[in-house]
Write a protein that binds this ligand. Sequence first.
Ligand SMILES: Nc1ncnc2c1ncn2[C@@H]1O[C@H](COP(=O)(O)OP(=O)(O)O)[C@@H](O)[C@H]1O
Ligand SMILES: [Mg+2]
Length: 247
Amino acid sequence: MKIIAVINHKGGTGKTTSTLNIGAGLARANKKTLLIDIDPQSNLTEGLGLRDVKVSIYDSIKDDVALPIQNIAENLDLVPSSLDLLGAEIELVSRLGRETILKRLLKNVGDKYDYVLIDCAPALGMLTVNALVAADTVLIPLEAEYFAYRGIDRLVSIISDVRTHYNEGLTIGGVFITKINPRRVITEQITESIKKYFNDKLFDTSIRINVALVEAQLKGVDVFEYAPASNGAIDYANLTEEIIVKL
Ligand SMILES: Nc1ncnc2c1ncn2[C@@H]1O[C@H](COP(=O)(O)OP(=O)(O)O)[C@@H](O)[C@H]1O
Ligand SMILES: [Mg+2]
């Protein structure tokens, strides 16, 4: 079982879109996959068509009860989030063992899955630390913009702190570029500078801007189901393949 935290301190870099579609890609490749939404905004939960969630990851964190796992499709399960989770950051401040809650909850799930993907909020608070403590490796989606990695030093230093104190084996599994417009001249320069920064951590596959990805999420389905021939489906299929090979 490989536990992967999808993380970036910035919003809108494609964390949720990537978690959803890589998860669907893995499930289609016959890998048993669990998605965990640990963002109070619940975009992943809604993007998979779930509304009015009654029991969410918040209940497990608060009351230390089993994760509410819901089946989404063949080989694909989800632990949904809810807006209640907004309160968790504050409620956790006085809790003993607050950094390891998700790790313990996942231990109780056992070894049922090939992959667990955790969709983090665009923040580096206690919920994200919980994801990093529970994870084996980290995937970082970066937007194809200048300064895409501005602030990434802080992310890298938190990863290194978590490694020191809680999770010796935590690695940066890879970085990939999202929302690429291949016709834009500066895209190549941006890609080059990201490559310089991350070296061999940068995946070969980048995700192009593609409206099918947005539309699929609004419909509550993955891009393979919504538009199997779209650039979004092609790119996420390639990225999934690369992840299976490299992680
Ligand atoms: N490759 C893409 N092409 C077009 N729109 C995208 C693409 N990836 C993400 N988006 C859209 O950009 C917005 C932010 O993406 P999202 O995955 O929610 O980012 P994050 O979870 O990092 O905040 C969403 O509206 C999403 O549908
Ligand atoms: Mg998100």
